[in-house]
Design a protein. Structure first.
Length: 270
């Protein structure tokens, strides 16, 4: 029996590299699409790299009960440093995308919020996930522009939190031929997976043709995309790569059904 692949024939731009970008490209390919990976962001070192190095050394030495990871880029930093997380240190991921990146990089995930994939959501479910444990030592890795929502909340709850800036997000030039192809309408969809990616698409690509679906991984990213001046055509129901692909497939099926229902144009009567 032939497996139906709604995304067959679709060319999809994945403007995010690393293990996560490669993973979602593989998923798209398995569903019949032709993904093009073109990283638009990367991470750069911080002004205080010594503080990060020291924190990661303490992590490997088992100094923390928990480590919180609030972005897939943080996973890239861990991989780049070759960090080995001790068995006794548990790992909290802010959402499914970050959890998927951790898994792809060979790390385990002990806690992901069930409802709200955000720092606030992580904080709201923290006590339940940790069994109400008190005075935990926690390493909170974050970007230079992240708000300290999780750190402040955990400290207010009585935990010992070491908040360390793990990276700066920087833009990466997208190849000129890809930008040209987007402008010519040769892409069926572009995956928008973070506010930083949205900003780079707006800055480097600008106006995206109406035939190209701008698909956002969640409502927060959709709001960031609109704030950057992008049109939002599709928002995944759950903030995960799997949900993003499923939602894109549903749109493809809807379009196919719509096109099939349209009456065929009649030629001139004889």
């Amino acid at each position: 029996m032939t497996t139906v692949k709604p995304l067959r024939g679709w060319t999809v731009l994945v403007p995010r590299g690393g293990p996560w970008g490669d993973g979602i490209a593989a998923e798209l390919r398995a569903r019949g699409a032709s993904p093009v990976v073109a990283p638009s962001i990367n991470f750069a070192g911080t002004e205080d790299s010594a503080a990060l190095t020291a924190a990661l050394e303490r992590l490997e030495a088992g100094a923390f009960h928990w480590m919180s990871v609030t972005s897939a880029t943080t996973v890239d930093v861990l991989s780049a440093h070759g960090v080995r997380i001790p068995e006794q240190t548990q790992v909290a991921a802010v959402g499914e995308t970050t959890a998927a990146a951790l898994t792809a990089a060979g790390y385990r995930v002990d806690f992901t919020p069930r409802r709200d994939n955000s720092a606030a959501g992580l904080l709201a479910e923290w006590a339940d996930a940790t069994g109400g444990a008190e005075h935990l030592r926690i390493l909170a890795l974050r970007s230079d522009i992240a708000k300290p929502v999780l750190t402040d909340g955990l400290r207010a709850a009585g935990h010992d939190v070491e908040s360390v800036v793990a990276y700066r997000t920087v833009g990466v030039p997208i190849a000129s031929e890809i930008i040209t192809d987007v402008g010519a309408g040769r892409f069926d969809a572009i995956l928008v997976t973070s506010g930083s990616v949205a900003n780079q698409i707006a800055l480097q690509i600008g106006l995206v043709p109406s035939r190209t679906v701008l698909a956002c991984i969640g409502p927060r990213t959709a709001a960031d995309a609109e704030a950057a001046g992008l049109r939002v055509d599709l928002v995944a129901r759950e903030r995960s790569s799997a949900s993003l692909i499923r939602t894109l497939e549903e749109l493809a099926v809807h379009r196919q059904e719509r096109d099939q229902d349209r009456p065929q144009e009649q030629g001139p009567l004889a």
